[in-house]
Design a protein around this ligand. Structure first.
Ligand code: SF4
Ligand code: SF4
Length: 209
C-alpha cells in the first residue's frame, strides 16, 4: 500500500509562503534597463555590426577572396571580387571586393567570418541596433559597411602610395595618403571623367557620395 505524502506545513500557511517570494523580490536591487533611453555599454570585444576596414591612406583592405563567405555558417555574406587597375584602384594588391553584402536577417553574429579574413579587412563593431521592419533593409551593402575616412585618408579609388607595394602596406610602412593623392574616377560605378573636379580628379564628387 502506497505511503501517504507527508504535509510539511499546515494548509493555511501555504498562501503566506507563496507571498514570501514576492516580499523577498521587493527588496532586491532592480535589474530593469531603461533601453532605449539609457544604452548599456557593451564589452570591448562585443560582436556587433561588421565593418570593412581601410589602410591608413584610405585604400580598402578587402581583397575579395570570399573566405569570409565560405566560413559563414548562416550563408549571410555575398562577395564579388574584381581586378584593380592603375586607373581605378581600390586596394593595394591585385584584387578588391567589388560587391560586398551581409544579410542581417541571417547573420547570428558568431564572428567566424572575421576569424577567416586573412587581411583583417573584416571586423565587428559594438553597434547592436540592427532591427528593421524590412528584409531588404537588413541586407547591408559595401557602402554601408565600409569604414569612414579618417585624417590622412583619401576615398577610393586612388593610386597606391608611390614606391610601395601590397606587402609594404601590411608591414605598416604606409601611414597616410601620399601628398597630392586624389580620388580617381570610378568608371566601373558609372562615373564619367568629365564629372571630375578642377584638379582633374573626381575628388569632390566622391566626397558627396
Ligand atoms: S558573424 Fe557569423 S553568421 Fe554573421 S556573417 Fe559572420 S560568420 Fe556569418
Ligand atoms: S572581408 Fe576578408 S575574407 Fe572577406 S572577401 Fe574581404 S578579404 Fe576576403
Amino acid at each position: 500500500m502506497a505511503e501517504e505524502p507527508k504535509e510539511t506545513k499546515p494548509g493555511f500557511q501555504n498562501p503566506v509562503a507563496g507571498f514570501g517570494v514576492t516580499f523577498r523580490a521587493m527588496f532586491k536591487k532592480r535589474l530593469t534597463e531603461q533601453y532605449p533611453e539609457q544604452k548599456k555599454t557593451t564589452a570591448p570585444r562585443f560582436h556587433g555590426r561588421h565593418q570593412l576596414n581601410r589602410h591608413p591612406d584610405g585604400l580598402e583592405k578587402c581583397v575579395g577572396c570570399e573566405l569570409c563567405a565560405w566560413a559563414c555558417p548562416a550563408d549571410a555574406i555575398y562577395v564579388e571580387g574584381a581586378d584593380n587597375t592603375d586607373e581605378e584602384r581600390y586596394s593595394p594588391g591585385e584584387r578588391y571586393g567589388r560587391v560586398y553584402q551581409i544579410n542581417y536577417a541571417r547573420c547570428i553574429l558568431c564572428g567566424l567570418c572575421i576569424e577567416a579574413c586573412p587581411t583583417r579587412a573584416l571586423t565587428m563593431t559594438n553597434e547592436f541596433e540592427l532591427a528593421d521592419s524590412s528584409r531588404a533593409n537588413l541586407i547591408y551593402t559595401k557602402e554601408q559597411l565600409l569604414a569612414g575616412l579618417e585624417e590622412g585618408m583619401v576615398d577610393t579609388p586612388h593610386a597606391i602610395y608611390p614606391g610601395m607595394d601590397e606587402q609594404d602596406y601590411y608591414r605598416g610602412l604606409v601611414a597616410e595618403a601620399a601628398p597630392g593623392t586624389v580620388r580617381q574616377v570610378a568608371v566601373s560605378k558609372g562615373e564619367q571623367p568629365q564629372m571630375a573636379g578642377p584638379s582633374g580628379a573626381a575628388e569632390e564628387q566622391g566626397a558627396d557620395e
